[in-house]
Write a protein that binds this ligand. Structure first.
Ligand code: ADP
Ligand code: ADP
Length: 229
């Protein structure tokens, strides 16, 4: 069952073609790791999947529905997709709990008490329930990134996108974030992860995609990349 289909997707920034005729099908529960040199279009490709960036040619199809001109429909499609960024992107003036409840309350109209219960559930899953009433800047980078993961999960996404989630972290905090991601992977979430963490790829990925200059140049299970003599 395809969950994400990119079909002949191209994108330009001015005259510069950042994505070149990308074809990619991701199936339910698949864990994809995207790697490749800086500037190869990895971030742009996954941002097109939730339409933070817009492609100009081809189709982006989520659960069988293509993004198009109907913005209401696009919003509904997008709702199935959670995203975690390199730089956490938490709201600094909201507590951890409020960061996790805001979209539930304002987008899904979930009652506040229920939204808080959902938030606490996911904060427990990423092992920081005791931080619920702190503010993001009182937390370590690793804790902030786990809040960002919990916040995304609160919206009950069917797909999670991660854009270099550990690249901004001090080395000693990388593992606590990767562990939260590994647990999520084990729960069956469909995931696309842009990362340079090759141990994570080896352990978790069903498929590793290698991009270069706006193209997918290679895709294979991790052992095909890493077990070569
Ligand atoms: P990666 O994630 O692989 O490092 P990106 O998708 O971030 O690559 O960027 C791909 C290329 O597109 C880079 O050359 C980058 O400078 C360029 N780029 C990214 N965003 C923009 C933008 N808003 N305007 C112009 N060029 C951009
Ligand atoms: P990341 O590695 O987190 O994707 P980047 O440094 O590639 O971050 O980009 C940061 C922001 O700057 C993004 O919003 C991207 O779209 C924009 N950007 C990147 N390259 C260019 C560029 N050449 N021209 C204009 N904007 C760019």
């Amino acid at each position: 069952q395809p969950v994400i289909e990119l079909v002949g997707m191209s994108k330009w920034y001015g005259n510069f073609q950042v994505l070149k005729d990308i074809d990619l099908t991701v199936y339910e529960g698949e864990r994809i790791v995207v790697c490749g040199p800086s500037g190869s279009g990895k971030s742009t490709m996954i941002r097109c999947i939730n339409q933070l960036e817009f492609h100009q040619e081809g189709d982006v199809i989520i659960h069988g529905k293509a993004y198009g001109k109907d913005e209401k429909q696009n919003d509904l499609i997008r709702r199935d997709i959670g995203m975690v960024f390199q730089s956490f992107n938490l709201f600094p003036h909201l507590s951890v709990l409020e960061n996790c409840t805001m979209a539930q309350i304002w987008v899904k109209e979930t009652p506040k008490a229920e939204a808080e219960a959902v938030a606490m559930h996911f904060l427990e899953r990423v092992r920081i329930p005791e931080q619920a009433h702190k503010y993001p800047l009182q937390l370590s980078g690793g804790q902030q990134q786990r809040v960002a993961i919990a916040r995304a999960l609160c919206m009950n996404p069917k797909i999670m996108l991660f854009d270099e989630p550990t690249s901004a972290l001090d080395p000693e905090m990388i593992n606590e974030v990767l562990e939260a991601m590994i647990e999520l992977a084990q729960s069956g979430m469909t995931m696309i992860v842009v990362t340079h963490e090759m141990n994570f790829a080896r352990k978790v990925a069903d498929r590793v995609i290698f991009m270069d200059q706006g193209e997918i140049v290679e895709q294979a299970p991790p052992h095909a990349f890493f077990d070569n003599p």
